[in-house]
Design a binder for this molecule. Structure first.
Ligand code: BES
Ligand code: ZN
Length: 612
């Protein structure tokens, strides 16, 4: 078998890592994880090399494991007698210009080897990890550590076959300072004493279900927990717990709605971890413990769709997983579709249509941004040599959504739902490509190809003709407001007050770039945008206001850029600042000041944008 994943050096014909056992000390002083990873293979090795992905890891030794993994005992052969045997290994630098691939770790396995122990430590600037000083947390007293492994950063935490094709279970023991608590994307097994002494504690975890490596996750900090339902708790720094519990109170209703739509929830618990502000995404579907940006705390539950989205990944993404980043739309397109079905069930069609309209807007913007690389607007990609973080965009999300919606509208909801159930059932705990999708669509929806141009959607650039469009009365009303504001006529105060947060967001996104500074200032007053708690709304407005050179806008943008690390806000705001000659240097200086607060992934993605 060949190496199929363009972003991994794993060669599954050498053997496959089936389980990982971690024993790691979390050292906040050195900003490293240090310890060992035991990798257990699905089958005893035939003898020969095993290639693993690493990034920035310092490898101390590789040994044959002693008696681990239960079924690995081979008393007749040499396997056991050799346990502890040091194995030869080499680290290979990535190709020039592809540092993001990390270093290939080649271990020479003797015949019969079933598991190996790698002693190692992570780099202080590991791409997956952000080590926060106390001042960067809500409480201000304790440090904080969190990981972000998707797309290909698990290799900066653990040496492994970092491709979603190599699903694995894991167990972990984290030694952490006793004052802190740790959580992982796994079942928590409780705390015991640590061999590192009284100042330390050891938290144990197990993830008995096979997951792609990008779903490995950990967070360590001053964490408190509050139950919302039997299956869901909110976890946050103590001072954020009330706000988080209130904002996410609908999680039980969401899970009920999702199970009705997609079948039983497979992961026991759905806990929500409220992250520090530097978390680079809106949410991350780490199984059993979804990570959520604190920018969702709008104070009005208006951003709950992000929770619905991460919940939907429990089926689309975590059960049925893209085989590699070329098929990322199978994760995100399906999940946006599922998210909007949950929203429709909970809040009605008008609400989900509004989100679809917001999504359409973001899709068209992404396609404009990719004018010079239209190949990145296909659903099925060819990302050899391209960093998936750089290729990331709304295209797989929103074009994927539109494609599935086109199928639903053509075939009818009942038939489409049967297909969706078959998709989840047939491919649970598998990692799949677009071909698997095509096979099942053709099987479940006979003749579909004469009604929906499947390959135009999948392999064509841009949005196909006759793509579905969101429709709702409120959306038309928003459009009318956009037109009048563009002519300089503002809504009345009563009209303005009737806008929901989602409608206001859509309005702000839809306004033309050519607004005058005066109109911006009037909008600011009319909608009380300065006072908005929602970072989403403030960011959308500031993007227009910065472009229009509204007095005061740059300062407010600066404030926002210093207090959030979510890339969804950083990209457009730095983009708007960099687009104007007068503020280009301001953006660069600001980035120099702020970037040490951003997650390494955000830093790497944004630096070229501001020319740093
Ligand atoms: N899995 C993604 C986040 C991600 C994707 C991280 C690729 C790294 C690489 C997550 O489910 C997601 O899509 N988050 C969105 C939420 C939104 C679509 C509701 C986000 O962060 O904005
Ligand atoms: Zn997602």
């Amino acid at each position: 078998m060949a190496m199929l994943d363009p972003h991994s050096c794993a060669d599954l014909s050498q053997g496959q890592v089936r389980a990982v056992q971690l024993e790691l000390r979390v050292d906040f002083e050195k900003k490293i994880l240090e310890g060992e990873a035991t990798l257990i293979l699905a089958e005893p090795s035939r003898g020969g090399p095993l290639d693993l992905d690493t990034r920035g890891l310092a490898i101390e030794s590789v040994q044959l494991a002693s008696d681990l993994g239960g079924d690995t005992q081979d008393r007749s052969g040499g396997g056991r007698a050799d346990s502890g045997l040091a194995l030869a290994f080499t680290l290979h630098a990535p190709p020039n210009g592809a540092e993001w691939m990390g270093e290939r770790l080649r271990v020479e396995l003797p015949k019969g080897a079933k598991s190996v122990v790698v002693r190692y430590r992570t780099s202080p600037d590991a791409s997956a990890l952000q080590w926060l000083e106390p001042a960067q947390t809500a409480g201000g007293v304790h440090p904080y550590l969190f990981s972000q492994c998707q797309a290909i950063h698990a290799r900066a935490v653990v040496p492994l076959q970092d491709t979603p094709r190599a699903r694995m279970t894991y167990a972990a023991r984290l030694h952490v300072p006793r004052a802190l608590k740790s959580r992982m994307s796994a079942r928590s097994l409780g705390r015991s004493d640590s061999r590192f002494g009284a100042a330390w504690a050891c938290d144990a975890f197990e993830m008995p279900q096979a997951i792609p490596p990008y779903l490995l996750a950990l967070a360590v900090g001053d964490l408190a927990e509050r139950a919302i339902t039997k299956r869901s708790s909110v976890v946050a720094e103590p001072s954020q717990l009330d706000a988080a519990a209130w904002e996410f109170a609908e999680v039980g209703a969401m899970m009920d709605a999702a199970e009705k739509l997609f079948g039983p929830y497979a992961w026991e618990r759905f806990d929500l971890l409220l992250m520090p502000p530097s978390f680079p995404y809106g949410g991350m579907e780490n199984p059993r413990l979804t990570f959520l940006t604190p920018s969702l705390l709008a104070g009005d539950r208006s951003l709950a769709n992000v929770v619905a989205h991460e919940l939907a990944h429990a089926w689309t993404g975590n059960l049925v997983t893209n085989a590699d980043a070329n098929h990322f739309w199978l994760n995100e397109g399906f999940t946006v579709y599922a998210e909007r079905r949950i929203l429709e069930a909970l809040s009605g069609r008008a609400a989900s249509e509004l989100h679809a309209a917001i999504g359409r807007h973001e899709l068209e913007e992404a396609i404009t941004d990719f004018a010079k690389t239209p190949e990145l607007t296909r659903l099925r990609n060819d990302l050899v040599g391209t960093d998936p973080d750089v290729a990331y965009s709304q295209v797989p999300y929103e074009k994927g959504y539109l494609f599935l919606r086109a199928l639903e509208e053509s075939e009818g909801r009942a038939a489409f739902d049967r297909f969706l159930h078959a998709w989840i059932e047939r491919h649970s705990f598998q990692s799949v490509t677009t071909d698997a999708f095509l096979t099942l669509v053709r099987e479940q929806l006979p003749g579909v190809e004469s009604r929906v141009p499947l390959l135009a959607w999948i392999d064509g650039a841009g949005i196909p003709e006759h793509a579905p469009r969101a429709e709702s009365e409120r959306w038309f009303e928003v459009k009318r407001s956009v037109e009048s504001i563009s002519r300089g006529e503002l809504p009345t105060a009563t009209q303005a007050a009737s806008f929901t947060p989602a409608e206001l967001l859509l309005l702000l996104q839809s306004l033309p770039a050519s607004l005058t500074a005066e109109t911006c200032a009037e909008l600011d007053r009319l909608f009380a945008l300065r006072e908005k708690q929602s970072v989403e709304l403030r960011c959308a407005f500031l993007c227009i206001a910065v472009r229009a050179a509204m007095p005061g806008a740059d300062g407010r943008a600066r404030e926002l850029l210093l207090t959030t690390g979510r890339m969804k806000f950083l990209r457009p705001l730095y983009g708007a600042l960099s687009a104007r000659g007068e503020t280009r240097q301001f953006a660069r200086t600001l980035f120099a000041e702020a970037s040490s607060r951003y997650h390494p992934i955000a830093r790497a993605v944004l630096a070229p944008l501001v020319g740093a």
